[in-house]
Design a protein around this ligand. Structure first.
Ligand SMILES: [Ca+2]
Ligand SMILES: [Ca+2]
Ligand SMILES: [Ca+2]
Length: 234
C-alpha cells in the first residue's frame, strides 16, 4: 500500500488544499475510506435519493430554529449560537472556514441548501462520542444516517482514496452498473460536470454534497411560492 502514486488521472499540479478545513475533510474521508464502503454501485446511491430528500427536508425545522431573525439565511453569529447549542466546539478559525466554505455565493449568509452541506461537513469532521451525543439531542439521528450514506457514497466513488473523485473514477463507477450501455459514459460525464463546480477536474466532498442537494431537488431558490421568479437571477 502507499506505493501507487502517479496514476493516469493525477492532476497536472500537486493538489493544494484551499484551506485547513479542506485538508481536514480529506483526512477524515481517508480515515473513513479505510473502513470500506457499503455501497455496491452507483445505482444503489441513486436508489437512496428519495430517502435522502426526505431527511434533507427535515433539516428545514433545524434551519428555521437557528435562523433567529427569520431572514432565511444563517449569519455567522447565528451559526455560533447553533454550535453552542449543539455543544459542538469549533475554534473561531474553524467556524470562519466552515462558513466561507458553505456560503458559496458569498452573500454572508448560509441558505438552506448551504446549511445542509454545512451540517454534513460537521458530521464528517466531528464524529467523536461527545459530538454524537449532542447531535442526538437535536433529534438528528435520522439525519446522521443520511449523512453517513453520503460519506459512504463518496468513499465508494473515490476508488484511489485520495479524498477527491476524478472524472475517470466517476466513469468507472457508472460503467460498473450500466453494463455496456452506450449512453452511460455520457451520463457519467454529465453527472461529473454537474458536480465539478470550479471545473478543476476533481470533485471534492463539498462539491459532491452541493450536487446532491440539487439532484434531490433542493436548490438555493427554496422559496416554495416563487419558482418562476427565481429564474431571472441567472
Ligand atoms: Ca438569520
Ligand atoms: Ca480519487
Ligand atoms: Ca472541483
Amino acid at each position: 500500500m502507499g506505493g501507487v502514486i502517479g496514476k493516469a488521472d493525477t492532476p497536472k499540479k500537486a493538489w493544494v488544499p484551499e484551506s485547513k478545513l479542506e485538508a481536514k475533510m480529506v483526512e477524515a474521508l481517508q480515515r473513513r475510506a479505510s473502513g470500506g464502503s457499503k455501497m455496491k454501485s452507483f445505482n444503489s446511491i441513486i436508489l437512496k435519493f428519495p430517502k435522502i430528500d426526505k431527511s434533507f427536508q427535515k433539516c428545514k425545522s433545524i434551519f428555521e430554529q437557528f435562523d433567529e431573525d427569520s431572514n432565511h439565511v444563517i449569519d455567522k453569529e447565528e451559526l455560533r449560537h447553533c454550535f453552542n447549542k449543539l455543544e459542538i466546539s469549533f475554534s473561531e478559525e474553524e467556524i470562519n472556514d466552515l462558513f466561507e466554505a458553505c456560503d458559496i455565493n458569498d452573500d454572508m449568509g448560509i441558505k438552506f441548501n448551504e446549511f445542509i452541506v454545512l451540517l454534513c461537513l460537521v458530521h464528517l469532521l466531528k464524529d467523536d462520542p461527545a459530538a454524537q451525543l449532542a447531535k442526538a439531542k437535536m433529534g438528528m439521528p435520522d439525519l446522521e444516517t443520511t449523512f453517513e450514506t453520503l460519506v459512504d457514497a463518496f468513499v465508494f466513488l473515490d476508488k484511489n482514496k485520495d479524498g477527491h473523485v476524478s472524472k475517470s473514477e466517476m466513469v468507472d463507477a457508472i460503467n460498473e452498473t450500466a453494463s455496456g450501455e452506450r449512453s452511460s459514459g455520457q451520463i457519467a460525464m454529465k453527472r461529473f460536470e454537474e458536480m465539478d463546480w470550479d471545473k478543476n477536474g476533481m470533485v471534492n466532498f463539498k462539491e459532491f454534497l452541493f450536487a446532491f442537494t440539487r439532484w434531490v431537488g433542493i436548490d438555493e431558490m427554496d422559496d416554495e411560492d416563487d419558482d418562476e421568479a427565481g429564474e431571472e437571477k441567472a
